[in-house]
Write a protein that binds this ligand. Sequence first.
Ligand code: MN
Length: 255
Amino acid sequence: MVWMRILIANDDGYLAPGLAALVRACEGLGHIDVIAPEQNASGTSNSLTLTRPLSAYVASNGFHYLNGTPSDCVHVALTGLFLERPDLVVSGINQGANMGDDTLYSGTVAAAMEGFLFGIPSIAFSQADKGWGHLDAAARVARQVIDRVLSEPPSTRPFLLNVNIPNRADADSVPVRITRLGRRHASEPVIRQTSPRGDTMYWIGPSGDAREAGEGTDFHAVAQGCVSITPLQVDLTDHASLPGFRTWLSTGAKP
Ligand code: MN
């Protein structure tokens, strides 16, 4: 196999066990650079920090960390921190699933998406359940997926893959499914609390249950104990609605 340059990031922070597992999974593939947020930055989506400068540090194990978001990390890595452009960007392994509508909020997916936006093949990895159970098996899955895309690229164009891995000891020998994103119901209501100083505070509530989790979705594949791989795109345009909206604009007819 050709000597690669791989950039590894995450959203759980540079101390997360899933990051170290993903680095170990990539051992022997080539030159590896690691950059991750200083703090847990789950749920930060594609946000970039534009209101203050960012500082990068190097931990004793060689991982770089940045006082910013996952997108900041990959953006800074690709535009100045590391001299050479990577051949692949991988993100994770996240603690918890990133499926269905959750992918819009995910910092793990965003870190990979930042690589993809720079034209680099990128993959986000998540374990379906929290707690890091069977992380070694998830790392073996990540290596299998990376080996496969390196030896047989799935596309001549850059691609963005979202991989969700069931927490099981045999995760590296379960079937792998190519899936579409499922859908969730609206999130649960916020949870209201009173602070020790009498102020009202709100916790964002948990995400809603799966609404569209039928055959072919990421939810369905993981529920069946399979590894789910969803190819993602960035274009949010509702292409199917374009003709209807053009008609509406010119004639007033409902799309
Ligand atoms: Mn996370």
